[in-house]
Ligand binder design. Structure first.
Ligand SMILES: [Fe+2]
Length: 208
């Protein structure tokens, strides 16, 4: 299937505004809202369907070469290369660890905080990341969560306070490894996912 061009391209990502936002110690999450575009996910899904793969590691030029080898078309390459450039700048890293995959089960059902400095997530299809605002999160309860909906003690405000990143929006969130962020980091979990409700996810991390 040949998909039409993506609009808008990610070339105008607001890097400076995002950097200022992430430089604020109170900020744990920055989201680039984008209107869902069915063509955007088509290009990514076509690439994964053509040559199934999960991870690419290295500097952005090596990852882009890998994407071409895996059949990325111009639109998919433009989309992901733009996000690689953005992430590399914001995380001040050269080498990245990129995962692109279909997920058919919920990866991390309990609220938790990650140890990475910064992570980029975009769900091209399926629900986006779930998270709590600081006022709604009981950090002392991290690691003591229950699996039943509404019973996770980390979520002190109840299930109605769980927030979700829109699909195709780009989430950039801090872990405890962000400079000066020990004891903080976004409190988050994976959204419900199943073979009937799969997610097509891009994840970019700093290569460890
Ligand atoms: Fe996580």
């Amino acid at each position: 299937m040949t998909a039409a061009a993506i609009a808008p391209p990610p070339a105008d990502l607001p890097t400076d505004a995002l950097r200022r936002r992430l430089d604020d110690p109170a900020t744990q999450l920055a989201v680039i809202e984008r209107a869902p575009d069915g063509r955007r996910d088509e290009h990514i899904a076509a690439m994964v369907a053509n040559t199934p793969f999960r991870r690419l590691v290295g500097p952005s030029d090596a990852i882009e070469r890998g994407l071409r080898r895996h059949g990325a078309d111009t639109e998919a390459l433009t989309e992901i290369a733009g996000l690689l450039q953005l992430f590399s700048t914001l995380a001040a890293c050269r080498e990245m660890d990129v995962l692109i995959e279909w997920q058919t089960r919920r990866q991390c059902p309990l609220f938790h905080v990650d140890a990475h400095p910064l992570r980029l997530l975009c769900a091209y299809l399926g629900p986006g990341l779930e998270y709590l605002d600081e006022a709604d999160a009981d950090r002392d309860a991290l690691g003591r969560g229950g699996r039943a909906p509404g019973r996770d003690p980390v979520c002190r405000g109840g299930p109605q306070t769980v927030r979700r990143v829109a699909h195709q929006a780009v989430a950039l969130f801090k872990g405890t490894g962000w400079p000066g962020n020990a004891g903080r980091g976004l409190v988050h979990r994976s959204p419900p996912t199943s073979p009937r409700c799969p997610r097509l996810v891009l994840r970019i991390d700093v290569r460890q």
